[in-house]
Write a protein that binds this ligand. Structure first.
Ligand code: ES4
Ligand code: ZN
Length: 334
């Protein structure tokens, strides 16, 4: 349709995609075979189609995270990580993405005996190839995992600092993700205080399954951007502050639907955020698991909200302005 073509052609920035969340059932089986890995003894892993079927009925964030962390076992070599990133960038390019800020989870790989260097080298090779061959600017964001002990995150943070990856421009920022409700809201307070002092860009998953207080805590410990953040509507005062301070929410509507954070896309507070002047971008999160890349998310929002061309231009422009890129690159994207 005409609006689909318009949305496809709209220059897009992605701020919320987990590279491990781009591991499709097809690629999972391919890499398992290539690496001689036996998939989990769970009927969900009986075949590509069985796995696809299981992905149609996640009951919660933690139900999804179980499969997300299990499937990662097929990633072993630098090449595996590079191939996974490349698979994402090809799809992003087809969807009209010009700039992508992508998350990855070193801790789970380290727990499986894969070195930090293997993960970073592989993913950053994929990013470099996307810059060279597709002209997509990229930012790698390292995520700390909330379901693991803080000590594990501290160890990774020390490794990250020692690697010089931030100064070298290999890793551009830090985030946190995984289980929201349960672990302490401010568990990465010390890491974020240290990173903020070094001017490292910081984001945090908050207000996805958890209430608005997870968002205020994330901001209090130094997050400059909020991933998801849909439960911000529960706190009008906090919402005013987020609007006033131009704090970007990286919203993932299809993810919210698939993980049953909302009953329909129409329940994602897109219209309320627009009316309140809250800046947000629309993103894919874990596209291989949720069945939609960024364009699928834009189209789902259009079907639910029937936004005007002007509203779409505001969304696209905000997503450029709030990207973690120099002004010269913003000018190219606008
Ligand atoms: C995630 Cl949807 C979501 N929420 C929190 N953590 C995550 N990691 C990967 N996808
Ligand atoms: Zn996410």
């Amino acid at each position: 349709s005409k609006i689909h073509e318009f949305l496809q052609g709209l220059p897009k920035c992605e701020h919320h995609v987990h590279l491990e969340g781009c591991l499709t059932p097809e690629l999972t089986f391919q890499l398992a075979s290539r690496n001689g890995i036996t998939l989990p003894d769970d009927p969900a892993y009986a075949s590509v189609d069985a796995l696809k079927n299981r992905f149609e009925r996640f009951t919660s964030l933690d139900d999804f995270l179980h499969y997300y962390f299990e499937s990662m076992a097929v990633l072993r070599s630098e090449q595996d990580f590079a191939d996974l990133a490349w698979a994402y960038f090809l799809q992003a390019d087809a969807d009209g993405v010009h700039h992508a800020e992508v998350f990855f989870d070193p801790q789970v790989h380290q727990e499986r005996g894969i070195s930090y260097e293997t993960v970073v080298n592989g993913f950053s090779a994929g990013c470099k190839r996307a810059e060279q061959e597709l002209g997509i600017s990229t930012r790698l964001i390292l995520c700390f995992l909330r379901h693991l002990p803080v000590a594990s995150a501290n160890e990774l943070y020390d490794q990250f600092l020692a690697s010089g990856h931030y100064e070298a421009g290999v890793i551009h920022g830090l985030g946190w993700s995984s289980s929201e409700v349960g672990p302490p809201k401010d568990m990465f307070r010390d890491i974020y205080a240290s990173a903020a002092a070094k001017k490292i860009p910081l984001t945090a998953h908050a207000g996805e399954e958890g209430d608005a207080s997870y968002i205020s805590t994330a901001l209090e410990v130094g997050a400059q951007r909020i991933d998801h953040g849909i439960n911000l509507i529960q706190d009008p005062q906090l919402m005013q502050r987020v609007a006033k301070e131009s704090i970007l929410l990286s919203v993932c509507p299809v993810s919210n639907l698939k993980l049953q954070c909302v009953k329909s896309i129409a329940e994602v507070p897109i219209r309320k955020f627009l009316e309140a002047g809250v800046k947000f971008s629309i993103n894919s999160d874990d596209p291989a698991y949720f069945g939609a890349y960024i364009l699928g998310n834009y189209c789902a929002v259009q079907e639910a909200f029937n936004l005007s061309v002007l509203e779409w231009r505001i969304i696209a422009e905000n997503s450029v302005q709030e990207s973690w890129i120099p002004n010269e690159r913003k000018a190219e994207l606008l």
